[in-house]
Every structure is written in C-alpha cells, then in structure tokens.
Design a protein around this ligand. Structure first.
Ligand SMILES: [Zn+2]
Ligand SMILES: [Zn+2]
Length: 317
C-alpha cells in the first residue's frame, strides 16, 4: 500500500538535497521518511584541517511531523564536552518549541553548525594527561576527531610501540612471524593513526602540567590509596584479578569447536577421564588450583591485553 508523504516533508527533503548534496541520509519505512541524519562540522570554508569539533545530528520524524516536534539526537560528539552538548540540546529545544507546525530540519542543522563554529576548539581534558586544553597548548586532532596534547600523544605512541616490541620479544620465533604488525592507534577509539612521532615529540608539554603545583601526598590521597588497596585485595581474594606476576599461560582462554574436539579426544584416551564441566566459549577462569587442568594443546591463550596476537595457528584474525 502506497503511503502519501506530507508535501512539506518532500519540499524539505528537496531543499536539503540541494543544499547538503550527499551530506545526509534519510531512513525510511515503506517510502515514508522516518529519520534524517547528518554529520555536522563547523563552517571553516571547507578547510578540514581547521575543523576541531563535529557531531552527528539525527532528527526522528513523528508520524504527524511537522505538526508535532521531531525527536532530536546528537551522537558521537567530538571535541565537545557534556556541558557544550547540553547547551546545544537546550538551543534545539527552544527552537522546536517555537516552531511547531513548520519543517525544521535545516534550521536545526544551522543551529548546530553555528554552535560548532563558535566553539571550534576542543573542550574538556586530554585523556592522556587529564589536563584541560588551555591557551598556548599545542594539540593534535586525529582523523577520528579525538584531541590530545601533541606532547602526550607522542609519549603514548612511543610507549605503545615499546610495549608491542616487548611482547613480540616474548613470543617464540615461529609465532613472531605471524604476529599482527604494529599499528599506531587512537588511545580513545583505537582507530588507526599515522603520525610522525618525532614531529609530535617536539611539541612542548601541556601548559597546565608546567604550572601545576608539585605533587604532594595528602591525607586525603593516603586514605584513597588505603581504600583502593583494600578493594584490590578483596577482588584478588575472589579471583576477579589476574595476578600480575603469574607464570604460564594467561587465564583468559578462547576456545573453539576444534579445541573441544581435541580436548574430548585427549580425555577419552586417558585411563580415567576427568569429568570436565562444559564451559562457555569465552571464559575467564579463577586463579589456578592444584587440581586445575592445564592446556594440553599448543599454547592458545591471549595475553592480558590481547596483543600482539598470541593465538593458535590459523585462527581467524
Ligand atoms: Zn595531555
Ligand atoms: Zn579516536
């Protein structure tokens, strides 16, 4: 059954098409538009390298839109802290309340774009050093729109490479050649990055870290340390923490159907097969006990941080 679409919505979509060309997506149900989604950047005369923030605007149309206000969602805000996102929401709400009965999507886009243009600098903290971005800081925007002090990002990349090399060193030769090659990744979303570390390294440290008063262990911090130590001890006692210096395969193992078959064969050939409880395919096991069955098949565990690729031969990547 063909459903008719309000002429005002059709006009609005045509206008969006003319202005945004392909910069938006329409989700429809049986040909009836249900939601409009677009990624919004600040106006910088299309100079992408000058855009430090962005957000995805989704406008979900009500069945009688534009006679009632659509639902508006702001997704994946980049370079904007919660306070700024809430301010955009507030402005959108004011606009919606004043314009019930009129197509509104384009004006919503303009409100968000105007806001982003005004606040085209990252707000909030660098997640590596936890210092705010302030005047004079040298920062880097990744292609995934995350921001870090260039100095902090260089330290992160140097350390992640060092960690990778150390882990690779621990692998037997035959596994080294199969390890996933090192890749720089974003510390927030793990998008692949390609930065020249030596250039980043030349950036000065964060301004706030220079001006910060020297660290002092206060009574408050001492009390916090005691509380955390007690909590850690409780978690270790309950088997919830993998021991830091444990020898042998890590306790997180990923089993496949082939492993189970192999395990079944091994146990059926034994004189007195031990009773093995079925386990979920991914299991975090408690701390080893004297009776604990060790892996008989070639080493197939993941290390604690699941890299760089300690796993069985031929396992899917
Ligand atoms: Zn930083
Ligand atoms: Zn990222």
């Amino acid at each position: 059954m063909a459903t008719s679409v309000d002429a005002r919505i059709n006009d609005e979509l045509q206008a969006l098409q003319a202005i945004l060309i392909n910069g938006y997506a329409v989700k429809d149900e049986n040909g009836v538009p249900r939601a409009i989604e677009t990624l919004i950047h600040p106006s910088t005369a299309d100079k992408k390298e000058e855009q430090f923030v962005c957000v995805t605007l989704e406008v979900i149309l009500t069945p009688d839109y534009p006679e009632s206000s659509p639902e508006v969602i702001l997704r994946n805000p980049r370079g904007l802290d919660d306070k700024l996102v809430n301010e955009i929401h507030k402005k959108i709400k004011e606009k919606l309340d004043r314009h019930v009965g009129n197509p509104i999507v384009f004006e919503l886009i303009e409100i968000v774009r105007g806001f982003l243009t005004e606040c085209n600098l990252p707000s909030g903290q660098c997640v590596i050093c936890l210092h705010d971005f302030v005047n004079g800081d040298v920062f880097t925007k990744t292609p995934c729109y995350h921001h870090f002090h260039s100095h902090c990002l260089s330290k992160h990349l140097i350390n992640s490479k060092k960690y990778y090399d150390e882990e690779l060193e621990k692998l037997p030769n035959w596994q080294r050649s199969e390890a996933i090659p090192y890749k720089q990744t974003c510390p927030v979303c793990r998008c692949e990055l390609k930065f020249d570390v030596s250039t980043l390294e030349q950036a000065p440290p964060p301004v706030d870290s220079i001006n910060a008063p020297p660290f002092r262990l206060t009574d408050e911090l001492r009390a916090l340390q005691d509380r955390m130590a007690a909590q850690l001890a409780r978690q270790i006692a309950r088997g919830g923490v993998v021991g830091m210096g444990d020898e042998g395969p890590p306790l997180l193992t990923i089993t496949t159907a082939a492993d189970k078959e192999q395990e079944a064969k091994a146990s059926s050939s034994a004189v007195k097969p031990p009773k093995v409880e079925p386990r979920p395919s991914t299991s975090v096991e408690p701390a080893p006990e004297p009776e604990r069955q060790q892996c008989r098949v070639p080493y197939r565990g993941f290390n604690r941080r699941a890299k760089p690729g300690r796993r069985e031969r031929g396992a899917p990547r």
